[in-house]
Design a binder for this molecule. Structure first.
Ligand SMILES: C[S@@+](CC[C@H](N)C(=O)[O-])C[C@H]1O[C@@H](n2cnc3c(N)ncnc32)[C@H](O)[C@@H]1O
Length: 388
């Protein structure tokens, strides 16, 4: 991640603008004096730097929690910041290959509205989860121009590279969302997807609760797929494969086609790696027998307006729990005119992160994405405990 170390830096007088960036404020962790957040605004994006005192040096690094997708712009912002605070640099990793912006129109924020714009009755919709280098997804999109493709990934570097390829190949049918698919699937409409590709998911043998494939995931796949649509799993892990089959066999919603070492038209980066090591590659297609009728409306009533900072500061415990969800105010930062809260929330197995910027007049700005799933909404509603 982009960062620099400096012997010392002078704190500029915030807010301060330069090179198109607004360095809006610095906020200090109320429990750890050496930990600060610098809020940076660029066009309609916001992201943070973490600024930490490390004895005889200062570390300033990009904080990736807000899922901003242009590392090049982050590097540019850090270089501007170096100038503004007269940093006496010891080390940096801010060299850019090209001085370009990669704010692509094909990168969507994770809202129901954005996704529903992608499909209509005439265009098939296909999803690839965890596309990594994008080899498979880019090939599909090039060869099936009438299909709309949606790639879902959590790794910003991979996203940036694929957005670059979309531009170079002039693709008009491939969109990307930076989100955990286990959360995002909950907000997809029912019966809209023709195919889902899940190729070489991380096996998480030591922590199966982190796996993408689960009973809940298959249930959501059943809901979002059209009749005859399919979910395709490829994996080098015999354990993951049999775990997935066990779940699907208990479902009865899918016809299952299995194969080992079947040829595919395009070999993904991970598949190439496992083939080189002579590993077996397992494939299963879960083909939906019948579409199910299920609506997916979530009452998304969220209100942060009446938060009482005194109550929050007086609380001994900043963790709250529901049946299968939680809310945790993990860090509190103070700035001149208010507070920044770093909040973890959502389902236990798929937590999300946001920052709440609360000024002295009680105005609250949410920084970060709230994917409006039932557990996300329910968990954020717990914050009412600290309302006026
Ligand atoms: C082992 S790599 C496989 C990449 C690619 N499919 C291939 O075959 O080369 C797994 C990918 O899944 C992504 N990933 C892991 N968990 C995810 C999740 N919950 N939602 C979306 N993507 C995820 C990772 O960032 C990584 O890029």
């Amino acid at each position: 991640m982009p960062h620099f170390y400096a012997r010392k830096i002078d704190n500029p007088a915030y807010p301060i603008s330069k090179d198109g960036f607004l360095f809006s404020l610095v906020a200090n962790n109320i429990k750890h004096n050496d930990d600060n957040l610098v809020l940076v605004r660029y066009k309609n994006f916001s992201f943070f730097f973490m600024q930490q005192d490390r004895g005889d040096k200062v570390l300033v690094k990009y904080n990736k929690h807000l899922r901003f997708n242009s590392i090049d712009i982050v590097k540019k912002a850090l270089k501007t910041y170096i100038k503004l605070c007269n940093a006496d640099i010891l080390f940096h990793n801010l060299n850019q290959k090209k001085d370009k912006e990669n704010l692509s129109p094909y990168l969507l924020s994770p809202t129901k509205e954005n996704i529903s714009k992608l499909y209509d009755k005439s265009n098939p919709l296909s999803i690839e989860i965890g596309f990594g280098s994008g080899r498979h997804l880019l090939d599909l999109a090039q060869k099936n121009k009438d299909t709309i493709f949606l790639g879902i990934e959590i790794y910003s570097r991979a996203i940036e590279q694929v957005l670059n390829q979309i531009r170079l190949l002039d693709l008009k049918n491939l969109y990307i969302i930076n989100a955990d698919c286990r959360i995002l699937f909950n907000i997809l409409d029912s019966n809209i997807v023709d195919s889902i590709y899940l190729h070489f998911p991380v096996p998480w043998d030591k922590n199966p609760s982190k796996r993408v494939f689960s009973k809940e995931f298959l249930k959501e796949s059943e809901r979002v797929l059209k009749k005859g649509g399919f979910l395709e799993l490829r994996s080098d892990s015999a354990e993951y494969f049999s775990y997935a089959l066990d779940i699907a066999n208990n479902f009865n919603a899918f016809d299952i086609e299995k194969s080992i070492n079947s040829q595919t038209r395009i070999i993904s980066k991970y598949e190439a790696r496992w083939k080189k090591q002579n590993k077996d590659i397992y494939e299963a297609r879960f083909i939906l027998k019948d579409s199910i009728n299920s609506t997916n409306d979530v009452e998304s009533n969220l209100n942060f307006a009446n938060l009482d900072m005194d109550k929050i500061l007086d609380s001994r415990d900043l963790k709250l729990f529901g049946d299968n969800y939680f809310l945790h105010i993990k860090n509190i930062y103070k700035f001149d005119n208010g507070y920044v809260l770093f909040v973890l929330f959502g389902a236990f197995n798929a937590p999300s992160k946001i920052y709440l910027l609360i000024n002295d007049y009680g105005n609250v700005e949410v920084l970060g994405d709230i994917i409006k799933t039932k557990s996300n909404i329910q968990s954020l509603q717990l914050i009412k405990k600290w309302s006026k």
